[in-house]
Design a protein around this ligand. Structure first.
Ligand SMILES: [Cu+2]
Length: 457
C-alpha cells in the first residue's frame, strides 16, 4: 500500500510537468542547513509548524521553527545554560542523546515539561568532541513527537578536534545530514497513525527526508567535505552510499573519533546512531546520495552538484585518538540484557516492560561494568533492535563472539542488533548519581515498553 502511494506520487510529479528536465530544475530545493547556536545561552522553543513538501503540506512540530531544530555547537568544558519552552498543546520532554549529563537534566520520561512551562537545564560539557542530538522522550509519545519534527543536532568540539586538519566550517564544508522518512498519505501530508504491524516492524515511510527536505540538492565546490550523519528516523535502518561507489572515510561514530578511520563506500546506520565521514569531490560532477531503508528499494535521496570551482582539500586522517577505560582487567560487574519480541507489539528487556515506578537495577557511581546485550529473535521473524543507554558512551568489546568490526571500535551509545546478535560492551558511569534509561531506539518499540531504568548511587 505504502509503496503504491510512493510510485503514484512520483508519477504524478513527473506527469504534471512538461519535460523531465523541467522537473529536475523546478522541483527539488536546496538542502536546508539547520541554523547553529554557538552561544552558551541556548534558547529552544517547541512549537507547532507546517512543512511544505512536493506532495503537500504537513502539520509539524519544531524547535524555534516549523520542523527539526537548530544545531547546538558547544566546546568541551563550557556550561550550557539552556531554556526549553513548551509552546505545544501537550506535555513532552527533551533528552540530550549521547550527552554525559546530570540525571535531572537528562530529559527522560520523568522530566516532563508541561504546556506553557519552561525547563532550564544547566549542563557542563564533560566529554570529547562528538556529534550528538536532542529529541523528546515522553513515555509512550516519543515516536510521535520525533516523527512530527522535534529533533536537532548537538555538536561538541574540544581542543583535540580543533587541532585536527579536517573540515569544521559548519554548513560550508562541515555539513549535517539528518536522515528521516515519512509516510506521505493520499493528501500529500504525513501524520502519525501507526497500526499494530507498524509498531512491530517500525513506522517506515514512503518518502525519505534529509534535513526536512525531499530530494534536496547540495551545491558544492570541488574539495573535501565532512558530513555528520544522523539517523533521526523512528525505526528505519538505512544503508547510505553515494552513486558510482564513491568512497569516503569514516572518522567518528556516535560519541567521537574512531581510533582507526575506515575507508568504505557504504554505511549501515540504525535509529539514533551517528557517523562522521570525510569525502573528496575532485572534479565537476553530479553525485547522488542513495538511501536504502532495510527491506525496501534504494532511493536517490539527495543530489550533490559539484562545480568546477576550486575548494579546499584536506588529507584524511588514518588514526585518531579514542581513550576509554580499561575494561579487560579486574573483576567488573556483569549484566545481561535480553531484548525480546514476545508477540505483536509486545517487547521486553529481560522479560519486563517499562514501568515508570520500577527501578530495574542500580549501580555505583564512578564504576565500570560489562554488559551483554542480545536480540532474542522470535521464530522466523527478524525484528531488529537498537540498544541505547543514557548518560554514557560505551566501548564494544565483542560482537557475536568476535572482535568488534572497525566501525564499532569508537565510542558508541546506540548499537544495532539483528535477531540473534549479541554485543558485549564496556560501560562507565562517571560524576553523576540519579536515574537514567536504557531502551530500544526503534521508537515504536520504545513506546511499546522496550525500556528500563537504572539508578546510579
Ligand atoms: Cu526494538
Amino acid at each position: 500500500m505504502k509503496k503504491i502511494i510512493f510510485s503514484l506520487v512520483v508519477s504524478f510529479i513527473i506527469l504534471s510537468d512538461s519535460t523531465a528536465e523541467d522537473v529536475i530544475k523546478a522541483l527539488p530545493g536546496s538542502l536546508p542547513i539547520p541554523p547553529v547556536i554557538s552561544s552558551r545561552q541556548i534558547e529552544l522553543e517547541m512549537r507547532e509548524g507546517r512543512l511544505e513538501l512536493p506532495f503537500g503540506t504537513s502539520e509539524t512540530l519544531g524547535f524555534n521553527g516549523d520542523y527539526l531544530g537548530p544545531t547546538i555547537r558547544i566546546q568541551k568544558g563550557d556550561k550550557a545554560d539552556i531554556t526549553v519552552v513548551n509552546n505545544l498543546n501537550e506535555p513532552t520532554t527533551v533528552h540530550w542523546h549521547g550527552l554525559h549529563v546530570p540525571a535531572e537534566y537528562d530529559g527522560g520520561p520523568h522530566q516532563i515539561i508541561k504546556v506553557g512551562e519552561t525547563w532550564s537545564p544547566e549542563i557542563t560539557i564533560r566529554q570529547n568532541a562528538a556529534t550528538l542530538w536532542y529529541h523528546p522522550h515522553l513515555m509512550g509519545k516519543t515516536a510521535e513527537h520525533v516523527y512530527r519534527g522535534l529533533a536537532g543536532m548537538f555538536i561538541i568540539d574540544d581542543e583535540y578536534s580543533d587541532s585536527l586538519d579536517i573540515p569544521r566550517d559548519y554548513g560550508v564544508n562541515d555539513i549535517p545530514l539528518i536522515l528521516q522518512d515519512r509516510d506521505i498519505d493520499d493528501n500529500g501530508s504525513f501524520s502519525y497513525k501507526p497500526t499494530r504491524p507498524d509498531i512491530m516492524h517500525g513506522y517506515i515511510g514512503n518518502a525519505t527526508l534529509i534535513n526536512g527536505a525531499y530530494e534536496p540538492v547540495l551545491n558544492l565546490n570541488r574539495g573535501s567535505y565532512r558530513f555528520r550523519i544522523l539517523n533521526g528516523s523512528n525505526s528505519s535502518i538505512y544503508r547510505i552510499s553515494f552513486s558510482d561507489t564513491h568512497s569516503f572515510t569514516v572518522i567518528a561514530s556516535d560519541g567521537g573519533f574512531l581510533p582507526e578511520t575506515v575507508i568504505t563506500d557504504r554505511l549501515i546506520i540504525s535509529p539514533g546512531e551517528r557517523y562522521e565521514i570525510l569525502t573528496d569531490f575532485s572534479v565537476e560532477t553530479e553525485i547522488k546520495v542513495i538511501l536504502e531503508i532495510y527491506g525496501s528499494q534504494p532511493h536517490e535521496a539527495m543530489s550533490i552538484s559539484v562545480s568546477n570551482d576550486e575548494g579546499v582539500f584536506f588529507p584524511h586522517p588514518k588514526r585518531l585518538v579514542y581513550n576509554h577505560p580499561d575494561y579487560e582487567s579486574g573483576e567488573l560487574k556483569q549484566r545481561t540484557f535480553n531484548m525480546e519480541t514476545r508477540g505483536m507489539g509486545l517487547f521486553t528487556i529481560n522479560g519486563r516492560q517499562m514501568d515508570m515506578d520500577v527501578m530495574n537495577f542500580s549501580l555505583k557511581q564512578d564504576s565500570e561494568e560489562i554488559w551483554t546485550v542480545k536480540n532474542i529473535g522470535m521464530g522466523m521473524m527478524n525484528i531488529p533492535h537498537s540498544f541505547h543507554v543514557h548518560d554514557t558512551q560505551f566501548t564494544v568489546l565483542s560482537f557475536n563472539g568476535a572482535p568488534p568490526p572497525p566501525l564499532y571500535r569508537g565510542p558508541k551509545d546506540t548499537i544495532l542488533l539483528m535477531a540473534g546478535d549479541e554485543a558485549v560492551i564496556g560501560v562507565s558511569f562517571r560524576d553523576y548519581t540519579g536515574m537514567y534509561m536504557y531502551h530500544c531506539h526503534l521508537l515504536e518499540h520504545e513506546d511499546a515498553g522496550m525500556m528500563g531504568q537504572f539508578m546510579i548511587e
